[in-house]
Design a protein around this ligand. Structure first.
Ligand code: G6P
Ligand code: ZN
Length: 544
C-alpha cells in the first residue's frame, strides 16, 4: 500500500490563474507550500478517472526540475496511474499538447512562464491543460482558483527524486513515470502535416534560413526537424541549447528581443527566411529578407495558403483570431467564403471552436499561430507552414506579402506597450475610458470619427459561456481601430497595451511606413485615454 503523506497548509492570496496559468517570480514559488497548494488545487478540481495519465511539460527554465519532482510525488499520492515527462524536464507547450492527445492523458501541467525571463530572480509559471490538449477554459481555472482560497492540505508520498535525464519507465509509489524523448512524437507529427520532400528540395536548391531558438525550449526540436530531417545546414539553428536563464535574455520573439535576427534579415547577408520562437515554443517570429511579417499578417497569409500543405488540403473550415489581432484574416475568410471568429485574448478561447471543427487555423497578434493539429499555438508549426508554402510557390517572403496585399488590401498594424506602470494608474485609465464609452460615438479625433466604442464581450458559440471585459474597442468610420487592454501575463505592476490598426484597400497605399500610416490613430489614442497623464510615460517601452 502506498503511504500517502498529508501536509497541512494555508491558502495564499493571488493564486488566480491569469491569461496563461499562474505566473509569479521564482522567489514566490519557492515559498514553502506555494507551488504545492496550487498543484493540489488543480488535482482537487479537475475531473479524471482513477489511474489516469498526467503529462508534465516544461520549458527548461530555472526551478523546473524541482517542481517536476514534487509534481511526480503529488500525482502518485493523488491517484494518477502514469506520468509522462520529457527527458530533462523538457517538453515544449505544443509538444505537451500533442503528447496529452496522443496518449489520451487526462491533462497536463506545463511549467513555464513563456516569453518571460528565467533564473533565480525571474519568472516561473504553472499552467493546467485539459484532455483535449488545450489550456484549461475559464470554468476550470475559476474552480482551481476557488480551491486555492480554501485549501488546507496537500498530498504527497515519500519517494526519492527520479532521474529525469534517462529515458524509460520507473515506479514511484505504485505509479509509473515514463521519461520520454521530448522531440520524437512532435517531429513525427510535423512530418505528417507538411510536405517535407518539397521543403528538402528547396533546401537542396539553395533555400537558406536562420532559426533563433533564443536559448529556450525549441532548440532540440528545431535541430531535429530543420537540420536533421529537412537538411538545412548545421548552424541554421542558433542559440539552440535550452538554458535555465535563457542566457539572461527575454526569450520573446519580437523585434526588440530578437534584434540580432532582425538586423541580419534587413542586411546584405540575409538568408531567405528568419524565424524565432519563445521560451516554451508556442510563439513565432517570421521575417523574410528585408520584410518583417506582423503576426496578424502572418495569420492571414498562412490562412490564405494553408491548403497547400498536405494535411490541410480542401479542409479550411474557418479562421479564428483574438479581438486585438488585426482584421487581415477576416478579409481572407470573406474571400474564401469561410467563417471568421473573433475571440478574447488567450489561446484557451480557441479550444471549443477547434474541438467543434468550426475553425482550422487560429492566430493572435501576440505572435501565436496554430491549427487543429494540437490545442496550443505552435511556433515551429508556423515556421514549417511558411516553409511549405514558400517551397511550393517558389517565391520570396516579400513577394508573397506584396501579392497578398494586392489581393486583400493591407491592415497596417502596431502594438504599443507601456510596461511596468503603476497598477492604480492603469486601472484608472481603463475605468475612465469605460465611463466615456457612451459619449465617444460620433466624436471626432482629427480626421477620425468614432463609429462604435465598447468593452468587448464574447459569447462562445459552442458552449454559450460569456466572457466580459475583454478589452476596449474604438472603431472609426474609416475602418481603422484602436484597442486598449491590460496585459494578463505580467508579474510586476501593470502593462498597458494599445493596439492600432488602419486598413488600406487593394488599390490603396500598400507600401508605406507603418508608423506614419498610424499617426492619426496614435494621436487619437492619447486623446481618448490620457496615456501620459495616467502612466507618466511619454512614449511606449516596446512597439511591435
Ligand atoms: C499568452 C497566451 C496568449 C495570449 C497572450 C496575451 O501568451 O498564451 O494566447 O495572446 O498571453 O498576453 P497579454 O500579456 O497581452 O495578456
Ligand atoms: Zn509561450
Amino acid at each position: 500500500m502506498t503511504q500517502i503523506v498529508t501536509v497541512q497548509t494555508q491558502p495564499f492570496d493571488g493564486q488566480a490563474p491569469g491569461t496563461s496559468g499562474l505566473r509569479k517570480k521564482v522567489k514566490v514559488f519557492q515559498q514553502a507550500n506555494y507551488a504545492e497548494n496550487f498543484i493540489q488545487s488543480v488535482f482537487d478540481s479537475v475531473t479524471r478517472d482513477p489511474g489516469a495519465t498526467l503529462v508534465i511539460g516544461g520549458d527548461g527554465r530555472f526551478h523546473n526540475r524541482t517542481v517536476i519532482q514534487q509534481v511526480i510525488r503529488m500525482a502518485a499520492a493523488n491517484g494518477y496511474g502514469r506520468v509522462l515527462v520529457g527527458r530533462g524536464g523538457i517538453l515544449s507547450t505544443p509538444a505537451a499538447s500533442h503528447v496529452i492527445r496522443k496518449y489520451t492523458a487526462s491533462g497536463g501541467l506545463v511549467l513555464s512562464a513563456s516569453h518571460n525571463p528565467g533564473g533565480p530572480d525571474e519568472d516561473f509559471g504553472i499552467k493546467y491543460n485539459i484532455a483535449n490538449g488545450g489550456p484549461a477554459p475559464e470554468g476550470v481555472t475559476t474552480a482551481i482558483h476557488a480551491r486555492t482560497l480554501e485549501i488546507d492540505r496537500w498530498l504527497t508520498v515519500e519517494a526519492d527524486d527520479i532521474d529525469l535525464d534517462r529515458i524509460g519507465d520507473v515506479e514511484v509509489a505504485g505509479m509509473t513515470v515514463s521519461v520520454i524523448d521530448p522531440v520524437a512524437d512532435y517531429a513525427d507529427l510535423m512530418e505528417e502535416l507538411f510536405d517535407f520532400a518539397a521543403i528538402r528540395k528547396a533546401v537542396a536548391d539553395g533555400f537558406t534560413m536562420r532559426f533563433d531558438a533564443m536559448s529556450a525550449v525549441t532548440g532540440p526540436y528545431a535541430v531535429e526537424i530543420l537540420e536533421n530531417r529537412l537538411g538545412f545546414a548545421k548552424g541554421t539553428v542558433v542559440n539552440g541549447t535550452p538554458l535555465e536563464d535563457f542566457g539572461g535574455h527575454h526569450p520573446d520573439p519580437n523585434l526588440i528581443h530578437a534584434k540580432e535576427l532582425h538586423d541580419l534579415m534587413m542586411g546584405e547577408d540575409a538568408p531567405d527566411l528568419g524565424a524565432a520562437s519563445d521560451g516554451d515554443g508556442d510563439r513565432n517570429l517570421i521575417i523574410g529578407r528585408g520584410r518583417f511579417i506582423t503576426p496578424s499578417d502572418s495569420l492571414a497569409m498562412l490562412a490564405a495558403n494553408i491548403e497547400i500543405a498536405p494535411a490541410y488540403k480542401g479542409r479550411l473550415a474557418g479562421i479564428a483570431r483574438s479581438m486585438p489581432t488585426s482584421a487581415a484574416a477576416d478579409r481572407v475568410a470573406e474571400a474564401l467564403g469561410v467563417p471568421c471568429f473573433e475571440t478574447p485574448t488567450g489561446w484557451k478561447f480557441f479550444g471549443n471552436l477547434l474541438d467543434a471543427g468550426k475553425v482550422t487555423i487560429c492566430g493572435e497578434e501576440s505572435a501565436g499561430t496554430g491549427s487543429d493539429h494540437v490545442r496550443e499555438k505552435d511556433g515551429l508549426w508556423a515556421v514549417l507552414l511558411w516553409l511549405n508554402i514558400l517551397a511550393a510557390r517558389q517565391i520570396p517572403v516579400d513577394q508573397l506579402a506584396r501579392e497578398h496585399w494586392a489581393r486583400f488590401g493591407r491592415n497596417y498594424y502596431a502594438r504599443h506597450d507601456y510596461e511596468g506602470i503603476a497598477k492604480d494608474g492603469a486601472d484608472a485609465l481603463m475605468a475612465e475610458i469605460k465611463d466615456s464609452l457612451g459619449v465617444l460615438k460620433g466624436h471626432a479625433f482629427g480626421p477620425l470619427t468614432v463609429k462604435l466604442a465598447d468593452s468587448f464581450s464574447y459569447s462562445d458559440p459552442v458552449d454559450g459561456s460569456v466572457s466580459e471585459n475583454q478589452g476596449i474597442r474604438v472603431l472609426f468610420e474609416d475602418g481603422s481601430r484602436i484597442v486598449f487592454r491590460l496585459s494578463g501575463t505580467g508579474t510586476q505592476g501593470a502593462t498597458l497595451r494599445v493596439y492600432l490598426e488602419r486598413y488600406e484597400p487593394a488599390d490603396g497605399r500598400l507600401d508605406e511606413e507603418t508608423g506614419a500610416m498610424l499617426a492619426d490613430q496614435i494621436v487619437a489614442a492619447e486623446a481618448i485615454a490620457g496615456i501620459v497623464e495616467h502612466t507618466g510615460r511619454t512614449a511606449p517601452d516596446v512597439i511591435t
